[in-house]
Design a protein around this ligand. Structure first.
Ligand code: SAM
Length: 286
């Protein structure tokens, strides 16, 4: 394969199973002048597995700014660089965005060398709708921020995809249940392409119970996928919900009005409660 000078290759590497390394990725890594790697030790292990010797330079979130200019200069001088992360596709919850953006801005060639990414891998086998999805990267660590983010996604109709550390998975599932309700299917893809690959599929409450009782499910790397919101109610439906809520709130607190309204209209109680809040129908103590 002919390497082109002055090209920045964005190279995907396996997320577990080394058999997923593509032939093209191997060739590019073997032939470029420099590999900019998120973790040089990790990439060295990968390269030695494939018998590749190459010049490595660290490129990670802590030296991204300082390294950008020297790397761009190398490209401008006609040398080729491969950007890799520890695993999967660079830039996807990994460093590289500012380098790629700057290279493009200067008219330099940026060439993708595609391969695995945990989010696509998980989605492809999750059984959740794949025609429309929203990838959010890692959920915020703090509970309050996590809930605010989830609240903002409550009406998103596409499948939601998150990266999450195993140790926070339980807390995140609890927040998913609290904010998005108990009725959405959740799939957890764990240790994908590796020996202990597992897919858990169920309602949030079922998965919480599973994780609580099975410590192994709280280990390793995972992707959480959540069924999207049911299609948005039309105007006539919303008007009817509002009418029912307003009448009920004349004699009931909002929480009870939402519960009774849900039985009368078939809408979700949480949805009606939120609508009541938006309409300013909550009295003190609601
Ligand atoms: N750039 C990578 C990609 O394309 O998927 C993602 C890097 S991000 C720093 C690492 C996160 O991806 C992990 O914490 C986990 O949520 C997810 N992940 C990576 N490998 C995985 C695997 N084999 N199984 C499940 N999730 C994985």
């Amino acid at each position: 394969m002919q390497q082109h000078s002055g090209v920045l290759y964005v190279v995907a590497t396996p997320i577990g199973n080394l058999g997923d390394m593509t032939e093209r990725a191997r060739k590019v890594l073997a032939e470029v002048d420099l590999i900019a790697a998120e973790d040089t030790r990790e990439t060295l292990r990968l390269l030695s597995h494939f018998g590749i010797t190459a010049k490595l330079r660290a490129y990670h979130e802590h030296n991204e700014t300082a390294m950008r200019e020297p790397l761009l200069r190398m490209l401008e001088e006609g040398r080729s660089i491969a950007l890799v992360s520890d695993a999967g596709t660079p830039l996807i919850s990994d460093p590289g965005y500012t380098l790629v953006a700057a290279a493009r801005e200067r008219g330099l060639s940026v060439v993708p060398v595609p391969g695995p990414s945990a989010l696509i891998c998980a989605l492809s086998a999750s059984g959740l709708p794949s025609d429309r999805f929203l990838f959010l990267g890692f959920l915020p660590r703090g509970r309050a921020q996590r809930r605010v983010l989830l609240e903002s996604l409550a009406h998103e109709p596409g499948t939601l995809i998150f990266y999450e550390s195993a140790k926070r998975a339980l807390a995140s599932l609890e927040d998913l249940q609290a904010v998005l309700g108990q009725q959405r299917r959740v799939v957890i893809g764990r240790e994908l392409t590796k020996r202990f690959e597992t897919f858990l599929d169920g309602l949030p409450g079922e998965l919480i119970e599973r994780l609580e009782h099975d410590a192994e499910q709280r280990l390793g790397e995972l992707v959480i996928l959540v069924q999207g919101a049911a299609s948005a109610p039309d105007e006539a439906q919303c008007a009817e919900w509002e009418r029912v809520l307003r009448v009920l709130c004349e004699s009931l607190p909002l929480s009870q009005a939402a519960a009774v309204g849900a039985r009368l209209t078939g809408a979700k109680k949480n949805r009606l409660y939120r609508l009541g809040l938006e309409l300013g129908l909550a009295a003190r103590g609601d």
